[in-house]
Design a binder for this molecule. Structure first.
Ligand code: 13P
Length: 285
């Protein structure tokens, strides 16, 4: 089964009316929890390494472990660079064998974003990897603990999305339609009519960043209107931290390794819950 491209996973999901979860891997526990959830639920999965998380693990050492785990998995797995900006990150990720990369030019002017995305598409497609890009800007930073709100002035323009996909040749497009990275300030409100229009014009599977803190109904409507990949990190992180806080009441001679297995279990449950909502359970083929 094992290692596949992002394009294959999101095209299947787009056709099949479900979404594949993309979960940020920041250490062995997140890798194990996410993969176990996928295998137990027979769900495809995207294991994502965000450029901003690269300081948390030495990827020269861990990328081969992530890829080996993906190759050995009983379900299809894409290994993905999330929010890449530095050219060196793309070269390294592709050399390690990642099957997809995201170029994040979402804070750039349209022309510069399109030109740089095109360059990354040329590079990645040469070695058979897929490319996701972002048009419009999803606010909030990865790992930023301050609650955020979406900025409608930065939402994706449907006409531009059509032009961008045609110009760049991306395999998937991340859109700004009301989600934010991290914790939401207030209740999020997705602009579903805008999403539907983007879906009709762009013609590629769409990606929703900021998948933590949205309601089941938000996900249902997003998937019904073109979202085929949903990124999640904060909910996994918060579930793991809640579990870690319980360690204070454990006896001092508690074994660290044994305790971390319970953290893996908690992460697995958080990931499995998303897979059920996204409709990817049982879609491993
Ligand atoms: P959350 O941390 O809000 O789940 O977003 C994750 C994400 O979009 C990664 O790219």
């Amino acid at each position: 089964m094992a290692l596949v491209t992002l394009k294959q996973l999101v095209n299947d999901a787009f056709q099949g009316g479900y979404a594949v979860g993309s979960f940020n891997v920041v250490n062995m526990e997140t890798l194990q929890g996410a993969l176990q959830a996928a295998e137990e639920n027979k769900s495809p999965i995207i294991l994502a390494v965000a450029e901003v998380h690269m300081g948390l693990i030495d990827l020269e050492q861990y990328a081969p472990i992530i890829l080996r785990a993906a190759e050995r998995a009983s379900v299809p797995v894409a290994v993905h660079l999330d929010h890449g900006q530095a050219f060196s990150s793309f070269v390294k990720a592709l050399r390690w064998g990642f099957t997809s990369v995201m170029f994040d030019g979402s804070t750039l002017a349209y022309e510069e974003n399109a030109a740089k995305t095109k360059e990354i598409v040329r590079l990645a497609h040469t070695v058979g990897a897929s490319v996701e890009a972002e048009l419009g800007h999803v606010t909030g930073g990865e790992g930023d603990p301050s609650p955020g709100v979406a900025d409608p002035t930065l939402f994706t323009d449907p006409g531009e999305a059509q032009q961008f996909v045609q110009e760049t040749g991306v395999d998937a497009l991340a859109v700004a339609v009301g989600s934010v990275h991290g914790i939401y300030k207030g209740t999020p409100e997705l602009d579903i009519p805008r999403l539907a229009r983007i879906r009709d014009l762009a013609g590629v599977p769409l990606v929703l960043h900021g998948g933590s803190g949205l309601s089941d109904d938000d996900f249902r409507q997003a998937i019904a209107n073109g979202i085929a990949k949903i990124n999640v990190y904060t909910d996994m992180s918060q579930a793991a931290m809640a579990k870690i806080r319980t360690a204070q009441t454990l006896p001092a001679n508690t074994d660290f390794g044994q305790f971390m297995l319970t953290v893996v279990e908690t992460i697995k449950e958080a990931v499995a819950e998303k897979m059920r909502i996204f409709g990817s359970v049982g879609k491993a083929g």
